[in-house]
Structures are given as C-alpha cells and as structure tokens.
Write a protein that binds this ligand. Sequence first.
Ligand code: G4P
Length: 205
Amino acid sequence: MKLLKEKVLQEGIALNEQVLKVDSFINHQIDAKLMKEIGLEFARLFANEKVTKILTIESSGIPPALMTGLEMDVPVIFAKKHKSLTLTEELISQEVYSFTKQVTSNVAVSRKYLNSEDHVLIIDDFLANGEAALGLAKIIESVGAKVAGIGIVIEKAFQPGNAKLQEAGYRVESLVRIKQLAKGSITFVEDEEEQGQTSSKGELN
Ligand code: G4P
C-alpha cells in the first residue's frame, strides 16, 4: 500500500534492528485519513471472505479494525487485556505471550459477541511473532466460528509471525512488509532491489 509505505518512510523511526516506532500515526497519535484508506484496503482484500465480524486486540489494533468494520458494514470486537467492570458475561480467554515485550497477557472476549456461524476477520497493527493473532484465532475457533483471514497493517517480515500463521492455515494479508530495520534505513520486502526506498530518518541507538 503506497500511501502507507510513504508514511512509514517519512515518519517511521527504527529504534533498533527489531522495533519500528510509528507513534506519530499509529501507536499514539492516529492519522485518521490514513486509517480510512487502510480500512478500504482491508475491505477490498477480504471482500470475498463472507466476513461477519472483525476481531482485534486493544489498543492499537482498534483504529484499523474500526475503519475496516465501517467499510465492510460489520461489527468490530476488541479483545480486552484488562479486567472490565462491565464485562460480566461468560468470557473466552486466551493467554498471549509477547516476545517483544516479554510479558504474558490474558486476553478476553465476551461469548455473547461471537457465535458458531461467524466468519471473523482478525485485524492488528503489527505482526511480529504472531502470538496475538494466534491467540485471537483460538478464541474464534473455540466457539466453532471460522477465521476469515488475518489483516496486518505493518508486518516485520524478518520475524516468524507470517510463517507461523500460514503454517496454521490462515490467509494473511499485510499492507506493508518490512524486510529489515537498520541504521538510517527501513527496507520493504518487495522494494529490495529498488533505489530510494529507504528512510533517512531511521535512528539506531
Ligand atoms: P506478536 O503478537 O506478533 O507475537 O507480537 P509481539 O507479541 O512481539 O508484540 C506485542 C506488542 O508489541 C503489540 O502491541 C505489538 O503491536 C507491538 N509491537 C511489536 N513489534 C513492534 C514494532 O516494531 N513497533 C511497534 N510500534 N510496536 C510493535 P501491544 O502490546 O498489543 O500494545 P498496543 O500498542 O496495541 O497497546
């Protein structure tokens, strides 16, 4: 997705060889127009998957999931990482380990909002090791519903998430795929051979 690639090149900062900082348009401040385009693109990519619901995980997965739900005209559910005062119905929980943050979260969705007839599209902002998406897929499948696909805004293709999800049989669509983060450069998978596609803003401490 050209617009997203340009944004990553203009504003993304490689904090180190593993982590891309995108606080200015995804993780803290949100670029609403870009999110709208992201929603359109996911809706186009998964148009034939008979999607009935979208599932994401709080917090940064919510904006792209919401815009996709708006385009596809389906409800958007976000899995909770924290206990809720009002979520008192039967909960489906799954432990998700983050290699990046080295913490385990218990993510939960109310049984009330998923049923066995659903075709659920998983949307998330980052794909690293695939643990969040696998956890959401387990939640979906635990009620007999189907995973319609997995839509990722930024995939770090040098980490094993995509391969794990494909091995598990899921269709994965990433809007941009990063091959490498290094000092002063962000390289996309399909742009390897092209010139002028690296950022001059990347910072490696
Ligand atoms: P995984 O689900 O693919 O296994 O990823 P991992 O556990 O390694 O990452 C967990 C958290 O770290 C997620 O955020 C994910 O979005 C974020 N993350 C991973 N790599 C990067 C990166 O290179 N840059 C940025 N900006 N974030 C990254 P989270 O804990 O769910 O937090 P939230 O931001 O959604 O609240």
